[in-house]
Ligand binder design. Structure first.
Ligand code: AMP
Ligand code: GLY
Length: 436
């Protein structure tokens, strides 16, 4: 009997996970909650929110799901792994307590200090006056991090005291983020990169390194976004760097979590920086990155079901095998993103694209607009016939692979030109570091 898998989430990351699962000979049915238009072509979309733990638990039970795979951190923080395990269901992802490695900056900083994992030195504050006095006596720019999940808006790099003051006021006095604690840390410099690893307790299995592009526009200009493109095959990282990051950062962090009684059982994502003083941690995430997953998972040559299921059940897994190809992916986002943007623009031309397209924020429109929650997950024609429309800030990611980055880049931009939609923009310089 083939296995039934439920994937939680509905962005490009989850599309890449569904795509990898669909390559497994063991998997016969994939559900995705809530999914999106592209995912709907490869899986059954289920109209449940990623944080609806009880609804998802009931669904997994009643649909005889053999394995659940969690994409977003919000679902992990909501305790989905704890709830599924308590009911004897196999689920890939960390417990809510272990997710603190991402959700609490102070937890992560303390862990790194205790176990000698290289990172910027820091001090944490809950009092505005104390924090301001500390920052006043230190060099600028100052890095201020709100302690808690803040949807990517919790980090301020203040150029001077005025900027620092206004950030500290909003974080500690206005309580605009909720909890009211701030980590102040040294400003580091150097290229950033993402190191995603499968972690099974103390066992760490590295994935290919990748680099995200956080700014909205070419030349790394404009506001910070969730990520406008990514690639593998980083030109500025040596084999020695990779070994250092694996041994002294990722493996140390996994063992540290075991020692703390919070073993990891999913993906650990090191947001790392190659500084003049060596590689240091900027942040840890407790999940696959987005858009990094879309360039990393296409390179996996092993069966991803074995990896997910082994880790979900705490059993040993075989070391995953990866292609030596490289990948490059470009995000197409709605005009206005990361600020406000309109939805519902029709996307044409996807059928003629000769490389991978992952959907990040799309839905289906048939005559009158349909919301995901109105769709029948079992009616395949609903998902395969209507027209595809934009429904998010980041909408599509086009990914090409090749033996070198120039080939992948040329293909991606050639294929993107075939996409016809009135409201999308993208960066023209993804992987520019590799071509300078
Ligand atoms: P984080 O949410 O901690 O990843 O921070 C978001 C972004 O802020 C990072 O991707 C970096 O570009 C920047 N950043 C965070 N911490 C530092 C630091 N200590 N020095 C320089 N830049 C930083
Ligand atoms: N690519 C950034 C993130 O997934 O957090």
């Amino acid at each position: 009997m083939g296995k039934t898998v439920l994937v939680i989430g509905g962005g490009g990351r989850e599309h890449a996970i569904v795509d990898a699962l669909s390559r497994s000979s063991q998997v016969s049915k994939i559900y995705c909650a809530p999914g999106n238009a592209g995912i709907g072509e490869q899986a059954f979309n289920v109209p449940l929110k990623d944080t609806d733990v009880n609804g998802l638990l009931e669904f997994a039970y009643s649909h005889k799901v053999d394995l659940t795979v969690v994409g977003p951190e919000a679902a992990l923080s909501a305790g989905i792994v704890d709830a599924f395990r308590a009911h004897g269901l196999a689920i890939f992802g960390h417990t809510a307590a272990a997710t603190a490695i991402e959700s609490s900056k102070e937890f992560a900083k303390k862990l790194m200090a205790k176990y000698g994992i290289p990172t910027a030195s820091y001090k944490a504050f809950s009092d505005y006056e104390e924090a301001l006095a500390y920052v006043s006596g230190r060099p600028f720019p100052a890095v201020l991090k709100y302690d808690g999940l803040a949807a990517g808006k919790g980090v301020v790099i203040a150029a001077n005291l005025k900027e620092a003051d206004s950030a500290l006021r909003s974080m500690l006095l206005d309580k605009s983020f909720g909890l009211g604690r701030v980590v102040v840390e040294d400003f580091l410099q150097g290229p950033e990169f993402s190191f995603l690893c499968f972690v099974n307790g103390a066992d760490v299995y590295p994935m290919p390194l990748s680099q995200d592009h956080k700014r909205a526009f070419d030349g790394d200009k404009g506001p910070n976004t969730g990520g406008m493109g990514a690639y593998t095959g980083l030109p500025f990282i040596t084999e020695e760097d990779k070994v250092f990051a694996l041994e002294n950062i990722m493996k140390k962090a996994a063992s540290a979590m075991v020692s703390e009684g919070l073993p990891l059982s999913g993906v650990l994502y090191g947001g790392l920086m190659k500084t003049p003083d060596g590689i240091k941690v900027i942040e840890f995430n407790a999940r696959f990155g987005d858009p990094e997953t879309e360039v990393v998972l296409p390179l996996l040559e092993s069966d991803i079901f074995d990896i997910f299921y082994g880790i979900a059940t705490g059993s040993a897994i075989k070391t995953p095998k990866w292609s030596s190809d490289v990948t490059l992916g470009v995000v197409l986002a709605s005009n206005g993103y990361p600020g406000s943007y309109k939805k519902g623009f029709e996307i044409r031309g996807l059928d003629s694209i000769n490389c991978q397209v992952y959907h990040m924020g799309t839905s289906i429109k048939q005559g009158s607009p349909l919301h995901l929650s109105d769709m029948d997950p079992y009616n395949r024609s609903e998902w395969c016939n209507g027209s595809i429309v934009t429904s998010g800030g980041r909408v599509l990611m086009v990914v090409a692979r090749g033996t070198d980055l120039a080939t992948a880049r040329d293909q991606v931009y050639r294929e993107i030109a075939k996409i016809d939609c009135d409201n999308l923009f993208y960066r023209n310089d993804i992987a520019h570091v590799a071509f300078e």
